[in-house]
Design a protein around this ligand. Sequence first.
Ligand SMILES: Nc1nc2c(ncn2[C@@H]2O[C@H](COP(=O)(O)OP(=O)(O)OP(=O)(O)O)[C@@H](O)[C@H]2O)c(=O)[nH]1
Ligand SMILES: [Mg+2]
Length: 428
Amino acid sequence: MLDGLFLIQSSPPESTSHLHPLVTHSHCEPSPRVSAINPARLGRQSTHGRLRLLPPSGPVGEVTKLDKQRHQEAEEELKQARAKMAVQVKVLLLGPSDSGKSTVLKQMRLAHRGPFTQPEIESFRQRVFENLTRGLKYLLDALPDMGLELPEVYGDVYQGPDENEGRGMCGAGTAEGTRPDGIAADLALIEHAEGIGDGELFPMRYYGPLARLWAEPVVQTAWNRGNEVAVPENLHYFFSDLPRLFDVEYVPTTQDIVLSRTRTIGITETSFHRRDKEITIVDVGGQKSERRKWIHCFQDVTSILFVTSLSGYDRCLLEDRDANQMKDAMMIWESICNSQWFKRTSIILLLSKNDLFQEKIKTSDIKSFFPDFDGEPHSVTAGHAYFKKRFAWLVVNVGRVKGREIYIHITSVMDPELLRVVMAAVEE
Ligand SMILES: Nc1nc2c(ncn2[C@@H]2O[C@H](COP(=O)(O)OP(=O)(O)OP(=O)(O)O)[C@@H](O)[C@H]2O)c(=O)[nH]1
Ligand SMILES: [Mg+2]
């Protein structure tokens, strides 16, 4: 049942838990507190993950001056290590792919380190271009699976952008790309689109094809059925603003940055300092193939921020079109909340993308995907209540350490409340 998540079921190494700060090493991210301590200097050596006392320096049974000195040094290092751990907070972002984990991290990055730097902004600018070309290509490739087919010629060929639009409008570049080449040439360009390099403007030859293909009625139909094939949800945001993006002066806004999409592969750690605490946020990839790596971050977690998208209730997974995003999230949530690893860890559930949820519920009935939903079909409040209840039900309270709570919040990326909730989690 837990495809890709089997490792989570394994128990934490309880028998050696008191030794963790001394001897364990995460496969991917050795924690700073691990590398800060040298077991040998503590008068111990690590053998296959177990500690062995060093032999006394004098005759057997006699405690020499050197032994006492070693002991004192070890005590001192342990004291320092404990003090350091007290001010270190490790927050683990978990949840399915596309739920908004890295977006939460971007928001935290903004709040704690100030505006994005020039190189970061440049990298996001390149990412926005890729979001356009790859997002459209993904949608076009999915057409046959949706039983849709593009016409051989555009229906309304030149009612889209012409040479007076795009960069031409801004007085720079040429109108290249807005020529009436026909649909086949446009498709070929998008099919083989490459990224742009540092400082390279969005190539104008893409402007027309992107705008024309996006406006094509078949593509619009596919976009409106994007939930069936997991089309990136913010494509519309970028496509509705092409002239601004192709402007020679274009610099991504904060909104462009948080709404752009980059799938996380592997595990990333980002640290911030806040009120004498060192906060490390661990972000993981949520796709099924990534989930088996999660276990490498399970040690010494202070809080878990479990992110799942409210708008996923009618969407499939990118990696599995037969699976429902929300049901998949519930399955992972259940195993995380009831895992032995996190008996003492506070867990916060962020039901994200509320902005998209509020829009989609107007036309997409929850009952079609969750037959036991008996609230008003297009009521945002009924939808919220239903999903909160469903997630809460999945948490088994038996065996839970007293006082360990699970919190549920509804958020969206542009909502300042998101940061407040996240900070509360971190500062607990
Ligand atoms: N409109 C809207 N978009 C959001 C919101 N939260 C996240 N997104 C977008 O959803 C997409 C996926 O978000 P990510 O943060 O990359 O998702 P993830 O959980 O890190 O995904 P993986 O790295 O694959 O595990 C991005 O384009 C985000 O901008 C939200 O509240 N509203
Ligand atoms: Mg991510």
